[in-house]
Design a binder for this molecule. Structure first.
Ligand SMILES: [Mn+2]
Length: 241
């Protein structure tokens, strides 16, 4: 039996949701041990203000658990989300994970597959895209990381509150992916399969790209429990626990 490849995203790990953290540790000690590889497609943490936040007990525990899996021979790939785009080298050292670019193309059981966090596909959310561009600038990140850890945590908390407030004013359509952006991403990548997270709207969407049938998988958020996409030679399926 060929080992499956597993995809997760939007766990939003935080000390405030201990049941979800427990579900993640159970996933790592269970299904993940049988995987060919594990891909974490962004928003793994509710917030990540810099790798010095590894000092937090939960963060240290998560990194150690990942490292056990990596050392057992399961490669772990992590993509930045909009909450944890400051995950960097020290996190990789501590967890045994490798950072991957957004977007990335992988060969998944013979099918070129496009992986993204998903936020760049939400092109109707102009205010968010402006914020995203700003926070991905090296100068902005250097200035932010130069602040004391306590100040960064306070800023991240304020940003989250602000984001919750502006979300309430946005229509569901604005916060979903734009079909044109999806088609363009698949066309440019020359892929017929896209896997992403971010929107918290788990589903499989059949598509047609350049006259070929294609599919878009949206990974579930881990608010109620664990959910992942499992892919092998027979295809992909959503799993829950
Ligand atoms: Mn996100």
């Amino acid at each position: 039996m060929q080992r499956p490849t597993l995809f997760i995203a939007d766990l939003h790990l935080t000390p405030e949701r201990p049941q979800i953290n427990a579900a993640f540790f159970a996933f790592l000690a269970g299904p993940a041990t049988q995987a060919q590889a594990l891909y974490i497609l962004g928003d793994f943490f509710e917030a990540w203000v810099g790798d010095d936040d590894l000092a937090h007990p939960l963060h240290a525990q998560v990194a150690a658990a990942l490292k056990r899996l990596a050392q057992a021979g399961v490669p772990i790939h992590v993509m930045h989300g909009n909450r944890d785009f400051l995950l960097a080298e020290a996190f990789c050292q501590a967890s045994g994970a490798t950072l991957m670019a957004d977007p990335s193309i992988i060969e998944l059981n013979g099918e070129k597959t496009l992986l993204m966090h998903g936020d760049t596909l939400c092109t109707d959310d102009v205010a968010y895209q402006a914020f995203r561009s700003q926070t991905r600038e090296p100068n902005w990140q250097a200035a932010f990381l130069a602040k004391p850890l306590g100040e960064r945590l306070a800023l991240a908390g304020a940003l989250r509150t602000q984001s919750e407030q502006t979300k309430a004013d946005k229509t569901p359509e604005i916060m979903d992916v734009h079909p044109k952006a999806v088609n363009q991403a698949l066309h440019q990548a020359g892929c017929r399969r896209l896997i992403h997270g971010h929107t918290h709207r788990p589903a499989r969407h059949p598509l047609e790209i350049d006259g070929h049938s294609a599919e878009r998988w949206v990974l579930p958020a881990w608010y109620e429990g664990a959910g992942w996409l499992q892919c092998d030679a027979t295809g992909c399926q959503m799993k829950h626990s």
